[in-house]
Design a binder for this molecule. Structure first.
Ligand code: NAP
Length: 324
């Protein structure tokens, strides 16, 4: 059994634990929460056998194979260092940290200590993203010309989203997805960007509009909002048609259309998919077994490049976190 330790018992930790329970050869082994009650409830629900009320104790448990960090962005770097210094491989939720400098400190430490550390940007591990990239790279519809991609959820009342101390804002929480998508398709994570953001009263971004220009000549119009839900569709326009991706962060449908708007091919989500969260864990397990310090699907270089782009965007919008 590949034993997962959960550092933080919040919303996404629960969703991931449900997935791990359905994943063969994986076990929800331990949970560490600041609250004993929350840890107890989590352990009961997902059958964890170890409970900790101190993250340090989890990082010292000799039986944990991988720690999944799902705390706020403000704390990822601190918690990842805790794991790496304890010799524990870790998967860190996106955004990997609140800026590039702190992300680099973590990844340098992982390299120095030869401990696996990867960004849990779940979409990057999803076979559907690979399929879309192959359709584009093989020029199934001719050359790609531009991309439109949107993401939106009504999460404006969530403390983690609005608080600068927790490195809140639309960009790090959801804006990272359209950037990662367009960057992955175009093979470039630091494009030229013209952008604008609307802010919460707390000063962090509530919604973002980003027009990206890639070196391959492709442009992407990317939006992210925490104010309301959107259809979360990505459309990739090519010379002789377009590809529409429904729920692009974890595709439920990939539809290929001719330029006359005729559906020529349809793909469902990857076969036997549980929730889409399983791929990053399988990837981490394989990497650890091979002695790698980074995931094959999401190398450290890409994590740092995405952080660079988000640093630049925040600088353009005049957003600086209190810990910077
Ligand atoms: N991949 C995805 O689809 C997805 C979806 C949602 C979120 N995320 C990412 O997952 C991370 C957590 O998001 P979430 O929605 O699960 O957040 P959440 O529900 O607020 O949970 C975060 C947890 O972090 C722990 N924590 C430690 N220090 C904290 C502090 N100072 N303030 C608040 N919480 C603190 C808490 O756990 P304990 O008190 O139990 O220790 C808390 O429950 C973020 O990086 C987010 O971007 C990813």
């Amino acid at each position: 059994m590949f034993k997962i330790g959960f550092l933080g018992a919040g919303t996404i930790a629960s969703k991931v634990a449900e997935t791990i329970m359905k994943l063969e050869d994986f076990q929800v082994y331990a949970v560490a929460s600041r609250s004993e009650e929350r840890a107890g409830e989590f352990a009961k629900k997902y059958h964890a056998v170890k409970i900790y009320t101190d993250y340090v104790e989890l990082a010292s448990d000799p039986d944990v194979d991988l720690i999944y960090i799902s705390t706020p962005h403000s704390h990822h770097a601190e918690h990842a260092k805790l794991c790496i210094n304890g010799g524990k491989p870790c998967l860190v939720e996106k955004a990997f940290s609140y800026n590039r400098a702190t992300a680099k400190e973590v990844l340098d430490l992982a390299r120095e200590k030869k401990v696996f550390c990867g960004e849990a940007l779940w979409s990057r591990y999803n076979p559907s993203w690979l399929l879309i990239k192959q359709l584009i790279d093989q020029r199934f519809l001719g050359k790609l010309t531009n991309i439109t991609v949107n993401i939106g959820y009504d999460i404006k009342k969530n403390e983690r989203i609005v608080e600068p101390e927790l490195a809140g804002g639309a960009l790090l929480d959801i804006g990272i997805y359209p950037l990662a998508f367009a960057g992955y398709i175009c093979g470039e994570n630091v494009p030229q960007i013209v952008s604008a953001a609307g802010k919460f009263a707390t000063g962090v971004d509530a919604f973002d509009t980003m027009i990206c220009m890639f070196k391959n000549g492709v442009s992407a119009y990317a939006t992210a909002t925490t104010m309301y839900g959107t259809d979360r569709t990505a459309t990739l326009f090519c010379e002789s048609g377009y590809i529409k991706v429904t729920e692009f962060t974890c595709p439920v449908a990939i539809d290929v259309y001719s330029k006359d708007n005729e559906l020529v091919q349809h793909f469902d989500a990857a076969p036997n998919q549980i929730s889409g969260y399983e791929y990053e864990f399988k990837s981490a397990q394989a990497a650890i077994e091979h002695g790698y310090i980074e995931p094959v699907e999401m190398p450290h270089k890409d994590t740092l490049e995405l952080m660079t782009t988000m640093d630049k965007l925040r600088a353009a919008w005049g957003i600086k976190y209190p810990m910077e």
